[in-house]
Design a binder for this molecule. Structure first.
Ligand code: ZN
Length: 170
């Protein structure tokens, strides 16, 4: 297992659309393991392959407090959405930014696990929100895309400034 670098907004690679996965070789499970390790190390509750510059349809989540809720979703799709809920979100690719957006309250999702086994789940609460956030990443979408253009512009400027400071430090 190894830790992977996370792409930081406004990196254009976060806008790539991930390709479906059709091969369930051990390398896929290894990629998922790397993603879990990276997510836990960064104290995240979800990480999409897009965020580590692997443009395949895979994300991992764990919204538990004791690492008992680890799930890998391969080729996920949302079959149904119900209700709306306010969600205060952050993202490992957009550090230190937290904003409230709207999500579906309940979803039905179909996906495969890292071995290729198909499953369907009805989700609500934090897990439903997390799955919607991560699935957006696979389509090149970020949670800040749901904010007003003015707010998005402010965040972009703030992140570009932070990146400049980071470069000057090294
Ligand atoms: Zn994210």
């Amino acid at each position: 297992m190894s830790l992977r670098d996370i792409l930081i907004y406004p990196d254009d690679r976060l806008r790539e659309i991930a390709r479906p996965i059709d091969s369930f070789e051990p390398a896929l499970a290894e990629l998922a393991d790397d993603m879990f390790e990276t997510m836990y190390q960064q104290r995240g509750i979800g990480l999409a392959a897009t965020q580590i510059d692997e443009h395949r349809r895979l994300f991992v989540v764990d919204v538990s407090e004791d690492r008992s809720g680890a799930f890998a979703f391969v080729n996920p799709e949302i079959l149904a959405r119900e209700g709306t809920v306010e969600s205060e979100e952050g993202c490992l690719s957009i550090p230190e930014i937290n904003e409230t957006i709207m999500r579906a309250e309940r979803i039905r999702v179909r996906a495969q696990d890292a071995k290729g086994q198909t499953f369907e789940q009805d989700l609500d609460g934090l897990l439903a929100i997390c799955v919607q956030h991560e699935l957006d990443h696979l389509d090149g979408r970020l949670f800040i895309d749901y904010l007003s253009p003015l707010k998005q512009q402010r965040i972009r400027k703030k992140m570009q400034k932070a990146a400049r400071r980071e470069r000057e430090r090294v």
